[in-house]
Design a protein around this ligand. Structure first.
Ligand code: 6R9
Length: 695
């Protein structure tokens, strides 16, 4: 039955039934790069690794997976019971769902009626159990000699003080708080403090511009914004507080005034005296927070009360406020962390993601702390002062689980193995990858060079919307195929559908959807239920549509093929083409813009913009720079186009729709694959564009 649940073919049984502790099969060349043509070669976890793993064989996985599909309520309730609940959920309401728009409004609820608090479960629970002296967080600063640490008890004290401060200024359950902080320990502390009092945090990645913050503030109307005066990333000083100041001016114009800007003095980057200050609104964290008591009662919230809002890009210009609630997210983030990384209490865990993205929410802050883990928080850039910094940090702290993104792996790979070989890395035992498909070459380099052919790689496919891992190896369970995210996590039913929404089985390729809800699923788009239903549930009735393409091979392994919508994934950052276009068009000299993604050696995808100028404006390098500046200032530097291609006109259908398919081919110089251009309103624009390709 498990096979039909996953739509896998018979061959999986064969792979699954292979004796696991026998010598690796011929296709497995541990320690040696596999031949480039053999992307399907299996890489088995070592016998030692499997012997100690939480899930140590395909059979064990399959049994657990089957149970999670046959009896989701029982499966997840048993896990949920290992958390602290002030009040149990009603047993008949473990999960209520409707994923079919034709049958009524979309609804997903887990553990409704249960009362809990995620901060209590992530912090207090361990202090109360006598683990207060365990290190909860190590912190490594931008410079190699800057570091810090907090035990679980110290973390609790700090969270309580901030929670008490927030309460003292009137933040109540359900109020939004915007957090714009770099990777200081104060960032997870701020998230936990909000969760403790039932406030809804909305972390904005500290690379977003003032306009982007203002847009988010205008949407969620926070009572308080938490930031710090500045941060150093590599050798660059970024004045975060100035950026927030500008955003607050902007949001006030939209009618949203924020009363308090709580500012942490990051002395390593900037002194108090050098910080711009607005008396009455701005408050120094260090002046107020330490004066509050280190005890603060938690607010018991319903499992379905909101925990956080996180804005992400979609296929229209306006970012979407993805809303996660408390109970299901808590259970899911914790369980996925535990199994996908084969977590043990002795692990030292490092995820290089920033808390400004979902990965930092679920797998820097909540997932690890809910497991009582020791987490490393790194403030700086991964290649500063040189490309060996990550491995220096791994050795310094004895990191055992290292979780990062393909873009970083590719960039370090380009710098050469010499930086890796300088360090021992012998503490490492599990590696992880997230954010975009990992190409087999990068996978092998990560596996062979970084992990010394010893550490399984968990290539975790998931999304802001899913809250936690959806398709991922369990490192002790499956032989791996470099570049495949392998199999679904417990309770997840991935289906691959064709363009008509018909479910395909066996070996197939199409649109990746999910059948049935899982506890970590987002519950809505903040303030826009219509967009929630239209974007995710209307494209293929009865399913959650991920926006990704996926191939399932003859052994049932899943291979993610990238976004199929107008979203670009550059360096693992989700960027809506419409957002970049609207930033470009806001430039007074830009008449029209169309943005597409192109293959990029390091970033995965690069951002390629076709720009039509206002009549009579000449092309120039200065104008190109100022167009790029427009994107930097409206979104952030990470969304800056890699290329501006002057376009006297854009290829459009007679009804005025831009044909991006053609633009993608021109951008990637696949000029012999332009396809049918006869339906264009003016087929001549294609030749014009090609002739301007190298300008
Ligand atoms: C967690 C995160 C989600 C999009 C997703 C997909 C891509 C993420 C991936 C992956 C292939 C993986 N993606 N992990 N593609 N393999 N292991 O990145 O969330 O920022 O919302 O991006 O990222 O395209 O749809 P988010």
């Amino acid at each position: 039955r498990w096979r039909s649940a996953m739509g896998a073919s018979d061959r999986l049984t064969v792979a699954a039934a292979k004796p696991r502790h026998a010598a690796p099969c011929a296709a497995t060349v541990l320690g040696e790069p596999l031949p480039a043509s053999d992307d399907h070669g299996l890489v088995h976890p070592s016998a030692d690794f499997a012997a100690q793993a939480l899930v140590s064989s395909p059979q064990q996985y399959l049994e657990m997976y089957q149970r999670s599909i046959d009896d989701p309520a029982g499966f997840w309730s048993e896990i949920a019971e290992t958390f602290y609940w002030k009040q149990k959920w009603s047993p008949e309401e473990v999960c209520t769902e409707n994923l079919d728009v034709t049958k009524g409004p979309i609804k997903i609820e887990w553990f409704k009626g249960g009362k809990t608090n995620i901060c209590h479960n992530a912090v207090d629970r361990y202090v109360e159990a006598g683990d207060g002296a365990k290190i909860a967080m190590y912190w490594e600063g931008n410079e190699p000699d800057q570091d810090g640490k907090l035990t679980y008890s110290e973390l609790l004290d700090k969270v309580c003080q901030l929670a008490n401060y927030l309460k003292s200024v009137g933040v109540e359950k359900g109020d939004a708080v915007v957090i714009y902080l770099p990777m200081l320990m104060e960032l997870p502390i701020a998230m936990l403090a909000c969760a403790r009092i039932g406030a809804v945090h909305s972390v904005v990645f500290a690379g977003f511009s003032a306009d982007a913050i203002a847009q988010r503030i205008t949407d969620c109307k926070p009572k308080v914004v938490i930031t710090c005066n500045a941060v150093k990333r590599g050798q660059k000083l970024i004045p975060l507080k100035d950026i927030v100041d500008a955003s607050l001016v902007e949001s006030a114009k939209n009618g949203v005034t924020v009363g308090i800007c709580l500012t942490y003095e990051n002395q390593l980057a900037m002194k108090k005296e050098d910080t711009q200050w607005i008396a009455g609104r701005d408050v120094w964290w260090q002046d107020v927070v330490p004066n509050f008591p280190t005890r603060c009662d938690v607010e018991w919230v319903d499992a379905e009360d909101p925990l956080f809002l996180l804005y992400t890009s979609g296929s229209t210009g306006k970012p979407k406020g993805v809303l996660h609630t408390t109970g299901g997210y808590m259970v899911y983030a914790a369980t996925t962390f535990k199994h996908a990384f084969d977590y043990k209490p002795t692990d030292i865990y490092w995820c290089t993601a920033d808390c400004g993205w979902i990965t930092g929410h679920s797998y820097v802050t909540y997932g690890p702390l809910l497991n009582g883990a020791t987490v490393l928080v790194y403030e700086g850039a991964p290649n500063y002062p040189d490309p060996g910094r990550c491995w220096d940090i791994v050795d310094k702290y004895g990191v055992t689980i290292f979780y990062t993104a393909p873009t970083l792996i590719r960039s370090l790979m380009r710098d050469g193995s010499v930086y890796v070989d300088r360090y021992s890395r012998k503490s490492l035992r599990v590696l992880g990858s997230v954010g975009e498909p990992i190409n087999p070459t990068a996978w092998r380099w990560f596996y062979n060079v970084v992990g010394d052919s010893r550490c399984p790689i968990s290539d975790t496919w998931w999304q802001t919307e899913t809250g936690g891992f959806m398709i991922t190896p369990l490192p002790g369970a499956w032989p791996q195929k470099p570049g495949s995210a392998t199999f679904p996590f417990f309770g997840v039913q991935p289906v691959i559908v064709d363009e008509k929404g018909r479910e395909m089985t066996g070996e197939c390729s199409g649109y990746l959807c999910i059948k049935k809800s899982w506890p970590g699923a987002f519950r809505t788009l903040y303030g826009d239920k219509d967009r929630y239903e239209t974007t995710y549930f209307k494209p293929f009735s009865g399913y959650y549509f991920s926006g990704d393409g996926c191939r399932r091979d003859e052994d049932g392994y899943h291979w993610l093929t990238g976004r199929v919508d107008d979203v670009i994934n550059a360096s693992g950052h989700r960027i809506g083409t419409a957002e970049v276009e609207s930033a470009l068009v806001s430039h007074p000299k830009c008449a029209e813009a169309a943005v597409v993604g192109i293959d990029h050696e390091v970033k995965g995808q690069g951002i390629y913009a076709f720009v039509t100028l206002v009549d009579g404006v000449p092309y120039s390098d200065d104008l190109r720079k100022s167009l790029i500046m427009a994107v930097r200032s409206q979104i952030g530097a990470f969304a800056a186009p890699d290329k501006i291609h002057w376009a006297p006109g854009l290829p459009k259908t007679r009804s005025g729709k831009i044909m991006r398919r053609i633009l993608r081919k021109i951008a990637s110089r696949q000029l012999d694959e332009l396809g049918d251009t006869s339906t264009l309103a003016d087929p001549g624009v294609v030749d014009q564009l090609i002739s301007l390709s190298d300008s």
